[in-house]
Design a protein around this ligand. Sequence first.
Ligand code: 5GP
Length: 128
Amino acid sequence: MPVSGLPPYDPANIFARILRGEIPAKKVAETEHALAFHDIAPQAPVHVLVVPKRAYVSLADFAATASDAEIAGFWRLVASVAKELTLELSGYRVLTNMGVHGHQEVPHFHVHLFGGRPLGRMVPSGEG
Ligand code: 5GP
């Protein structure tokens, strides 16, 4: 039974295929626990995705079942990528989409790292 309201992990999802090297990605950084690469359809001058290497459907799944070392390693990579891309001074946004209301499209847990311009309000008003 999945932890969240999402189906069980699908190893055919696009990020699993990137992690297996089956399709290319513009890699930014990699550690034992996680991989960072550029989003294929960037929504800001910097739009990087950070994914854990192991199979987690969502944040709920990652938080409930990943080891402490994976969780720490994952978040340290997010922060170090932001630093490497010189976003610390100007600021940046980290976001994860989870499930239906979160509009999660790829069912492998990931965070988006946005930066390089003022990013506006956190959640746009109106329907979506
Ligand atoms: P989600 O809505 O699941 O949080 O976001 C999925 C993200 O994955 C989207 O921003 C989308 O542009 C990105 N994406 C989808 N397919 C690919 C791909 O093949 N390569 C890369 N690098 N990003 C992708």
